[in-house]
Design a binder for this molecule. Structure first.
Ligand SMILES: *Cc1c(COP(=O)(O)O)cnc(C)c1O
Length: 430
């Protein structure tokens, strides 16, 4: 039942001669699961179509942004109109004010907001603001949390207790990495200990409140509350990187769902409705340090771009309707129940985790609470599962460390088909 990937294979061959790994973002290359990536021709609603004419139910959704489903008519029409008025001005527009106001209404902790072009920029700039505000250099991040590819955060500690940064990626100067402390997620004691040692030198803690970049890892009860309390004691800026969880876990993100008020927040993905956007913001006293109000420099030629703002505004308009999240949650819950039931019937050990509309299946018989738990799950089983699902017309993210996403466009029929495919695939790889 192998897929016909003739055209994708030809394109991949050409692409590899001209781009690193043939791609513009590494996981797209399918290295973790083997085979040839799908070269996409188009997408509509819950479906994505490759250049060979294959159709897939899509749970990648451009890695999160397409929460309304692909090419939503309201978004596409608004984009057409916006494009006709001009695609970039390098000057303020009413659209930026409108989107910022919508974001602040959903995230009241973001008193002042700056738009940027990606989640990477948002996280990088939020950290710079926190350093500028506190006058401290050190930052704390957590294993398995991704905050984009800026130098100082491409760092991952070894296992065990708190380790001072060793650069994970060549090209990151040791001097940068030295200021990044990496700790295990869900381990409040490790954080308390590092604060006792060097808390007064730590500018900020940056965290994915639910870890979506090692699958889908939920915070233990009290963990986020503990971080909030300790950071306050030491004057450390608490940054929630909600680039993935923002408008995904709930309209108000993880901070609304877990009732925690961070000092700063990073957004991206959904707020761009499929166009390149990021945003960061937080307390007035911190954000007033940003240029031109203050000395912390941060800028962008295309920041607040009218097309990106338009896609974001139209997306949030639909998301802010009262029934939208009820529908999204019902669909996500139906998928969860179906997937758990399929695994049980097939007699295979998996753990399915879900936070709102993001989810992940781990192949393991143990609970997953942090990155090292995730790393111990059976990634070969995931890769086999991924390939079987693809052959059956279901597009999952091509790595066991990635989350899947639900959209408003996924129908009960899509979910049923997904669950049937999962049951058959589970049985085959058992
Ligand atoms: C995707 C992601 C980023 C990076 O965003 P880009 O737009 O890819 O630069 C940062 N943080 C988190 C939590 C993300 O999921």
């Amino acid at each position: 039942m192998a897929l016909n990937q003739k055209k994708s294979k030809e394109l991949f061959k050409k692409a590899k001669r001209i781009m690193p790994g043939g791609v513009n973002s590494p996981v797209r290359a399918f290295r973790a699961v083997g085979g040839t990536p799908l070269f996409i021709d188009s997408a509509k609603g819950s479906k994505i179509y490759d250049v060979d004419g294959n159709e897939f139910i899509d749970y990648v959704l451009s890695w999160g942004p397409m929460i309304l489903g692909h090419s939503h008519p309201k978004v596409v029409n608004a984009l057409k109109k916006a494009a006709e008025k001009g695609t970039s001005f390098g000057a303020p527009t009413p659209l930026e004010v409108e989107l910022a106001a919508m974001v602040r209404k959903a995230y009241p902790s973001m008193e002042i907001i700056r738009m940027v072009n990606s989640g990477t920029e948002a996280a990088m700039s939020a950290i710079r603001a926190a350093r500028g505000f506190t006058g401290r250099d050190r930052i704390v991040k957590f294993e398995g949390c991704y905050h984009g590819h800026a130098d100082g955060i491409l760092v991952q500690a070894g296992s065990g207790a708190a380790t001072f940064g060793v650069p994970t990626s060549p090209g990151v100067p040791k001097d940068y990495a030295r200021n990044t402390i990496t700790l295990p997620y869900n381990d409040l004691r490790a954080f308390r200990n590092i604060c006792k040692k060097t808390g007064k030198n730590i500018a900020c803690v940056i965290i994915e409140p639910v870890v979506g970049n090692s699958g889908c890892i939920l915070p233990k009860p009290g963990y986020l509350e503990g971080l909030r309390k300790i950071t306050r004691q030491y004057g450390i800026v608490l940054i929630f990187d909600e680039v993935m969880t923002g408008f995904r876990i709930s309209y108000g993100g993880a901070q609304k769902a877990f009732k925690i008020k961070p000092d700063m927040t990073c957004l991206g993905k959904v707020i761009g409705g499929g166009l390149p956007v990021g945003a960061y913001g937080g307390k007035k006293e911190i954000m007033s340090r940003i240029a031109p109000d203050g000395p912390v420099y941060q800028a962008g030629t295309l920041s607040g771009n009218p097309l990106a703002m338009t896609a974001g505004i139209e997306t949030l308009k639909i998301l802010s309707r009262p029934e939208t999240y009820k529908k999204l949650m019902a669909k996500s819950m139906a998928l969860e129940e179906g997937m758990k039931d399929a695994a049980k019937r097939a007699g295979i050990q998996t753990r399915f985790y879900r936070a709102g509309t993001m989810f992940c299946t781990y192949f393991t018989d143990r609970e997953v609470h942090n990155f090292s738990d995730a790393a111990k799950t059976d990634m070969a089983a995931f890769a086999a599962f991924f390939r079987k699902m693809l052959e059956r017309g279901v597009n999952l993210a091509p790595s066991g460390y990635e989350a899947g996403f639900m959209s408003l466009a996924h129908s009960q029929a899509d979910i049923n088909r997904t669950v049937r495919a999962a049951y058959a695939s589970f049985r085959e790889i058992k």
